[in-house]
Design a protein around this ligand. Sequence first.
Ligand code: ZN
Length: 511
Amino acid sequence: MYQALYRKYRPLTFSDVSGQETITATLQNAIRSGRISHAYLFCGIRGTGKTTCAKILAKAVNCLNPKDGNPCGECENCKAVSSGATDIMEIDAASNNGVDNIRELREQVGFMPALLKYKVYIIDEVHMLSQSAFNALLKTLEEPPEHIIFILATTEINKLPATIVSRCQRYDFKRIPNEVISDRLMTVADKENINLSQDAARLIASLSDGGLRDAISFLDLCASLSDTVDIKCVQDACGSSDFEDICDIMGCIAAKDSDGIFEITERLYRDGNDMKILLGDILAFLRNMMIIKTTKNPAPLTGLTPQRFEKTRSAADGFSLDYIMYCMQTVSGVTVGQNPKIDAQLTLIKMIYPQSDDSIRSIISRIEKLEEGAVSRPQPAPRQKAEEKPAEKPTGKSDEKPAEIKEGQLTQWQSVINLLKTSNRPLFGVLFGSKAYFKDGRVLIDSPLSSFREMINSNPAAKEALKGAIAKIYGKAYPIGPYKKDGGKAESLGSPDDGDDPLVAFDQLIN
Ligand SMILES: [Zn+2]
């Protein structure tokens, strides 16, 4: 069976963990000195190594012969943990969040470990527990038996009661720096014989927002789409805007060329580009220009490839710092609504005509322009075009009215996928090129990628995001399942009434 790359390359010792040196050093010290706490709390954004470190810690505390604070991987205890010893319990609080689950856990903690030194409970997404479950857990945390260790992991520390947080030794996992992620990607690609360019590795790193797991999954996806993973391949897979288009738009803004703006945005919209992503990419471009204008050594801060950096730098020549900040404020204040194209065009035109925007920033920008002698009279507004826009008919495929769902292949599936472009890029990436069918009350998904199934099975948030997108287009969060080709007919899952929780069936059917 194909093993997802992020699983295959999951570190087995603290020394192998990328980008969390302070945390791993502290944990290694604790193991070396035998100062082991009974409750750990690992918090931080997804994909930064919380679960990985929890698994290593569970092994290290039980290892008979730890090496420099790392599990040896060879003793009988290490081997038992690797093969799934019963003394190590992983609980996903997202699906076991009730007080009964915790009561059951409290009964179990009274028993000695079957084999190992410590029973370790790893509770993932612990913020999902209900209030009464927290209360029950707190009782256990107050007086944990000697042989018990809790490792709680969460992406949302603010949702945890202070009483729980205060009983744990807390570790904050940082976003992993882009260079660390791209180095790791290059190493993985090298071992897997994937032809990955340095530029593409950097782009994947910058798209992953500090999460190494997402970055490796994304590499996995790109490698399944193309033999050579270059910038073009990554852009195709994630739907990000073409850098050249962004440069052209910035050029139009600097030259006050509204015809150019309409021409480019019309084309991008027609080609299926997401206007929200476009504005996000423009904001990122402006931010990089601001870095170039204000810092001594901007290149590493922008994370851009040398060619892109040079282009951004020459684009920045056409903008003053105040004007860049005005533009940034204009873009970041936009809410893309039911007419994304008009919203995007309005935003860009506002940048060209700050005088029609009466905010303080625009006044500054006007004064500055007057001082430069560049603009002394108001420019004619792009009247014809601006008036045409509101008359445009709604596209119909947008989110006003749910699309009708019918048995057979879903015609609006691409719209579902497009919704994920901004909210969940890795998920969007793995759904790229997929089809979906509706049968017996379920949406059955036919994705050519095994990483899609990996993601849905291992990541409840991804599953919820997908169902959310389905609900937006089809008006209801229909249960999902895999599509099984059987003489071209869509097969439903074994029992149609396991309704909302297709995960088990999903796994069984696929593997
Ligand atoms: Zn060992």
